[in-house]
Write a protein that binds this ligand. Structure first.
Ligand code: HEM
Length: 515
């Protein structure tokens, strides 16, 4: 049933004549936060009253990170501090781009539900978007909006989000994780320590991406020149994410004059495109040759052959999707595996429970099939709980398309909203004993979390992460295979922190020890 709201006394000029006439609006005219439903609209405050740090000409509020109290690499902590200071809705200005930050779950829901079937998003990495435009590359799915986004998204998700298509790569993922564990065993020190876990987990992911996209092992876990190349690839990807974070707080000057961070970004992007481009071109050529000689069989090059068969996707789009799988995967999946390992090492009882599930269901000399994976519910819950304790990003963003009331303020259509609810994933308000690593929160039973909406590691709605099934499958297999061979230990005082480089990465190399 549509409810109505009174606007009689409101003084927001945006609503103009209609308000002064005291017309009653239906809920379809405006999105309304849950906590304001049935309240008088004269309580809505104007947009200009949204609090926030003072904004300077040209710099906006980015001076706080360049010369002020915050560091951009600790942006996630700055957000918590600003939240404490200004409350659940505040504004920042990134050198001319105003952003409204919201933290309250009801406001988050309002924005996400109000976004409809084609949510509009601001550029995720503005520096990389500009680089791609200048080099005449596809700007990529995450930077498209409207019909262009819809067309590309519909084409790629038909394969990337189909469970059967993702499961096609399960034997490969399992083989790579077994190889990875062997490499871990070889690489550990005499005391049992596994050093440099970040690079090793990144190589493990690169191998997975190689199999999914190019149907081949890249050799990043084998030592020698191929591993060295893999390492350069990993480094350039990290630089891309780092320099995009630096450009977030820069003046827009870099768009016109090549500043130092811009040049560094371009160098990293160039290397990344060259490295990936070589494999992409080779794979496309092989598929074309196999097709021409009628040797192409149904299960060969599944993902790439599908991309090539879609009329909506040109070579630039396909190239972008390959980059995305490598780059987005490299900057999320290895970090997530490290956070998992860290939390398990810190929580021996949880690790033991997980080990029992793994040893009961995962054959040491056999394969992880989909039936095996379906039995690993505690592993899956542990991965999910890790997303809670170590979110990989600080926000999901939307550009609202309708005037909306958020936290009691009127926010006009066209405003960029950052949904920062992930900063509350360790809040007592939503999770009892929030600092306890407790996978049971995500399983059926007494401990189950009722407010499942707060944890949205892959975003929400039709723009939800298109790589999520690949990411989760890779992680579940990786965790199971590591646990089968390793008992992880660390100092109980040990606390892994996070560093903001556009996404949140572990702030130091993780060391795990095999007992
Ligand atoms: C643990 C791993 C990952 C996490 C936590 C993650 C998280 C996210 C989040 C939060 C979004 C924004 C969703 C929204 O706006 O509602 C997103 C979008 C996206 N992700 Fe991921 N992601 C992961 C891995 C991957 C991988 C492996 C790929 C490779 C294809 C990928 C590709 C994308 C793309 C292309 C988008 C944009 C989708 C669109 O705008 O339609 N992600 N991801």
């Amino acid at each position: 049933m549509l409810s109505t709201y009174r606007f009689d006394c409101i003084s927001i000029s945006h609503f103009g004549k209609l308000i002064r006439q005291g017309r009653r609006f239906r809920s379809t005219d405006i999105a309304v936060t849950g906590n304001l439903v049935n309240k008088e609209y004269n309580e809505v405050k104007p947009f200009s009253q949204i609090p926030g740090p003072p904004s300077l000409p040209i710099l906006g509020t980015s001076y706080l990170y360049r010369f002020g109290k915050y560091q951009i690499t600790k942006y996630h902590e700055a957000l918590k501090d600003l939240h404490r200071k200004y409350g659940p809705v505040f504004r920042q200005n990134w050198a001319g781009q105003e952003v409204i930050h919201v933290f309250d779950l009801e406001d988050v829901k309002t924005v996400l539900h109000g976004a409809g079937k084609t949510p509009v998003v601001p550029p995720i990495q503005e520096g990389s978007r500009i680089y791609r435009l200048k080099k005449n590359h596809s700007v990529g799915l995450g930077n498209l909006n409207g019909d262009e986004w819809y067309e590309m998204r519909s084409a790629v998700q038909q394969i990337m989000l189909k469970p059967k298509e993702v499961q096609h790569y399960l034997p490969k993922a399992d083989g790579i994780s077994k190889h990875f564990v062997e490499r871990m065993l070889k690489q550990r020190t005499a005391e049992g320590h596994m050093n440099d876990f970040h690079n090793l987990t990144s190589k493990w992911f690169l191998e997975n991406a190689g199999e999914i996209l190019f149907e081949r092992r890249l050799g990043c876990l084998d030592g020698g020149i191929t591993e060295e190349e893999g390492q350069k690839w990993i480094n350039s990807n990290r630089e891309i994410f780092y320099y995009n974070a630096i450009l977030k707080i820069a003046t827009p000057l870099y768009k016109y004059i090549p500043t130092q961070p811009w040049k560094k970004l371009v160098a990293a992007e160039d290397y990344f495109h060259k490295a990936a481009g070589k494999y992409i071109k080779e794979t496309i050529k092989t598929i074309q040759e196999l097709t021409e000689s009628k040797q192409m069989t149904e299960n060969k090059y599944n993902l790439m052959a599908y991309f090539l068969s879609r009329r909506e996707l040109d070579e630039k789009d396909i190239s972008f999707m390959c980059h995305s799988l490598i780059s987005d995967g490299l900057s999320t999946v290895p970090s997530s595996l490290q956070y998992n390992m860290h939390l398990l090492a810190k929580n021996p009882k949880v690790q033991q429970k997980l080990y029992e599930e793994v040893s009961k269901n995962v054959p040491e000399n056999g394969n992880i099939t989909i039936d095996v994976l379906n039995k690993l519910s505690f592993v899956k819950a542990a991965v999910k709980e890790t997303f809670r304790m170590y979110p990989l990003g600080t926000e999901v963003s939307r550009v609202i398309q309708k005037d909306t009331v958020l936290g009691g303020y009127h926010v006009p259509a066209g405003t960029v909203i950052d949904l920062n609810h992930s900063s509350q994933l360790r809040s007592e308000k939503y999770f009892p004993n929030p600092n306890e690593f407790k996978p049971e929160r995500w399983m059926r039973g007494d401990d189950a979390t009722t407010n499942a909406f707060i944890l949205t590691p892959f975003g929400h709605g039709t723009r939800m992460c298109v790589g999520r099934r690949f990411a989760l499958q890779t992680l579940h297999v990786g965790v199971a295979r590591i646990l089968q061979k390793f008992e992880l230990v660390c100092n109980p005082e040990d606390e892994l922190g996070q560093e903001f480089n556009t996404l949140l990465f572990p702030d130091r190399p993780l060391t795990v020890k095999k007992v």
